[in-house]
Write a protein that binds this ligand. Structure first.
Ligand SMILES: [Zn+2]
Length: 59
């Protein structure tokens, strides 16, 4: 089984969804809109995951 992790992009505010294995609490996903990679982590409420940018670079 898999769980849908929903997270909000910290750059553009888009809502993204990623399928993660059941029981997973962390994943890395890329925003569909601006392609910034984020590390996402399950929160106390499992529907909406916390997200933070990964590999931040100076543009
Ligand atoms: Zn984005």
């Amino acid at each position: 089984m898999a769980t849908t992790a929903e997270w909000i992009c910290t750059r553009c505010g888009s809502t993204n969804r990623r399928l993660v294995p059941d029981g997973a609490t962390r994943a890395v996903d890329e925003c569909l809109t601006c392609h910034v990679r984020h590390e996402i982590a399950a929160d106390a409420r499992p529907v909406r995951w916390r997200a933070r940018p990964v590999g931040k670079k100076v543009a």
